[in-house]
Ligand binder design. Sequence first.
Ligand code: DX5
Ligand code: ZN
Length: 218
Amino acid sequence: MKLIAPSILSADFSKLGEEIKAVEDAGADWIHIDVMDGHFVPNITMGPIVVEAVKRVTSLPLDVHLMIENPDRYVSDFAKAGATLISVQVEACVHLNRTIQMIREAGARPGVVLNPSTPLSSIEWVLEHTDFVLIMSVNPGFGGQAFIENSIDKIKSLRKMIQDRGLSTLIQIDGGVNEKTIEKISLAGTDAFVAGSAIFGSPNYKQTIDSFRKKIGK
Ligand code: DX5
Ligand code: ZN
């Protein structure tokens, strides 16, 4: 099953509740929430208080992407705020295996995220413990950047790693997903697609999501 996760980073924050309702009505599967701390990435966004507010306006799973240093310190706060899925950047985790366990114990589904320059070998020994792997196809920090092409080969290699081990780990992609890139990303073996500017920057969210679905299938 293919999943579409609009990133609220590109939503109009002056009417966040309406924006979330609108993508829910347009057929979104998950709501992607980008948490940035101004240290791990050069931008600052939102924290648990926003996750808690989003939780009140939607029944969709909340997919919380932590681009922060020392994520262990905040995992339980985000889980309590209502995060369904919590992903952490492998580059920010000294004890990744422990962080994954912490997420699960807090009641959320764990995911690990790899920056464009981070090799797949970094998750070799945690693959069986995580529910999903998020491949960053831009350098994290901002919406609206261009898709980094070699992410396609990275997805294909990850798909093979997962298949070879007989796992059911989901592959998620984040960055530069749009009408032009989504089909090849899907064909490489992606399950879940994060899209910010391509959805919230479009005049009709439903038309955009419908068109994505036509390109990626069910
Ligand atoms: C980037 C974030 C993304 C961002 C994607 O650091 O992790 O989720 O919102 O934006 P687009 O879809 O515009 O590339
Ligand atoms: Zn993200």
